[in-house]
Design a protein around this ligand. Structure first.
Ligand SMILES: [Zn+2]
Length: 430
């Protein structure tokens, strides 16, 4: 996931003071453009990685990268491997210790840094003699990573340390972790669908949570709420997210990080972020009512047109129980919840209705309609449409993205909207 790779050696602690309302979860992170807005975080007491983690993702690399000492790197198949760290290395410990002292000090009774320390984003584990002695094996780095975390937690009792249950650290340690050590458990195996109770992924996820619960008091979930191939097409994830968030509550999970589209615009992200934020405070909310409430406030003229369409998509995810794939092509979306003719007709009506709206609704609709022109182009291509005038119209609307902040890419892997326009224009010109 892209968020693992981002550079987040972060700003001073912000949000640990924000989420003090009575909530189901102590940490309510949403990584989306709407949640990057100060007013949204203040109103819903949500968290955002850019403001409340002092070390995040795989950024341990940034802390040690200027160090020429090979002793910090892993031994894999008896060979030095700079793609991974040796977590039993005294040099690595001392680099991290000095970094924490330098950046955050010892902490105080009212200030603690949040530090996520995890291996690099691959499945390699160090098998040097010291790591082996601790219990590491070819695919399991948990023993050495845990030992380092426990030492850091003891050295800095006022700071909060986290690791991840992911790749080489998916097996929990055998001994109990200190109170100031938590773990992020990835929910990637749990299929994004309303009813997942009959799936292997569900059983695997619950097994992982139960195993970590025996050794750790602070379990957070790292979850996913987008189609990372296409941020611009409506993705009705709320009912499926509600099922998961209820499960997390029932399992005793204390914090949730929802990996959205980061800083990039995503269709309906404004509404979905607000409804998800409310769901993280109360997993039992009435989704339909909250969706309508949001649209009535933010899109007063077109609320009914938008709500009816959006909720029809959500209801389809309930009635069919289709999986919402996290990396889906347009073809897969059409097989799951998106009806091409219905979408095209609705987009046309919305475009017409938008002309009679005033700011700020007009601005919001401008973003939405620009994004939806991408969806329509994709659908028309999938249908083999020969309506070149309509395609040209959609391309013209999509070109407007360059005037809109945060609408440069359509996917997680930096798919540029401009490149898509170029490619599609060439095709229609033939
Ligand atoms: Zn080692």
């Amino acid at each position: 996931m892209r968020v693992f790779l981002l550079s987040h050696i972060l700003l001073p602690l912000f949000a640990s003071c924000a989420a003090q309302a009575q909530t189901s979860f102590e940490y309510k992170g949403i990584y989306s453009p709407t949640n990057a807005e100060d007013e949204v975080r203040a109103r819903y007491a949500t968290n955002h990685v850019d403001y409340d983690w002092d070390l995040w993702g795989h950024n341990l690399k940034k802390v040690v990268e200027s160090n020429p000492d090979n002793a910090v790197y892993a031994t894999v198949a008896d060979t030095l491997c700079k793609a991974q760290f040796c977590f039993s290395s005294p040099q690595l410990f001392s680099i991290v210790e000095n970094y924490i002292l330098d950046q955050y000090g010892e902490g105080t009774s009212t200030y603690s840094a949040r530090l996520l320390i995890m291996p690099q984003d691959n499945k390699l584990a160090c098998t040097c003699p010291d790591c082996r002695k601790l219990g590491n094996s070819e695919h399991n780095a948990t023993p050495a990573v845990t030992q380092m975390l426990c030492r850091l937690a003891k050295r800095f009792p006022r700071h909060q340390f986290f690791t991840s249950s992911y790749h080489s650290t998916s097996i929990p340690p055998e001994t109990k972790l200190p109170d100031n050590v938590g773990v992020f458990i990835s929910a990637i195996d749990l299929p994004l669908r309303v009813d997942f109770s009959q799936t292997k992924g569900y059983r695997k996820f619950v097994g992982t949570v139960e195993a970590w619960k025996k050794v750790c008091n602070k379990l957070y979930v790292w979850d996913y709420e987008r189609n990372y191939e296409d941020y611009l097409t409506p993705f009705p994830c709320l009912r499926a997210m509600q099922s998961r968030i209820k499960l997390y509550r029932d399992l005793g999970i204390k914090g949730i990080f929802l990996n959205g589209s980061g800083d990039e615009y995503s269709a309906f992200d404004d509404m979905q972020t607000v409804v998800l934020a409310q769901m993280l405070s109360n997993p039992d909310i009435d989704v339909d009512a909250k969706v309508r409430e949001y649209f009535e406030n933010a899109y007063p003229t077109t609320a009914q047109l938008i709500s009816d369409y959006y909720l029809a998509l959500e209801n389809r995810t309930v009635s069919t129980n289709h999986v919402l794939p996290l990396y889906a092509t347009m073809e897969e979306l059409v097989e799951s919840y998106l009806n091409a003719d219905e979408f095209i007709e609705w987009r046309k009506q919305l475009d017409k209705a938008s002309k009679g709206t005033a700011k700020p609704e007009r601005t919001r609709l401008n973003y939405l309609l620009t994004a939806l022109s991408y969806t329509q182009l994709q659908l028309m291509q999938l249908q083999g449409s020969t309506d070149e005038d309509e395609m040209d119209d959609m391309i013209e609307i999509l070109r407007g993205h360059s005037e809109l902040k945060g609408m440069e890419y359509y996917s997680e892997s930096y798919g540029k909207i401009d490149d898509y326009i170029k490619k599609t224009s060439n095709k229609t010109a033939k």
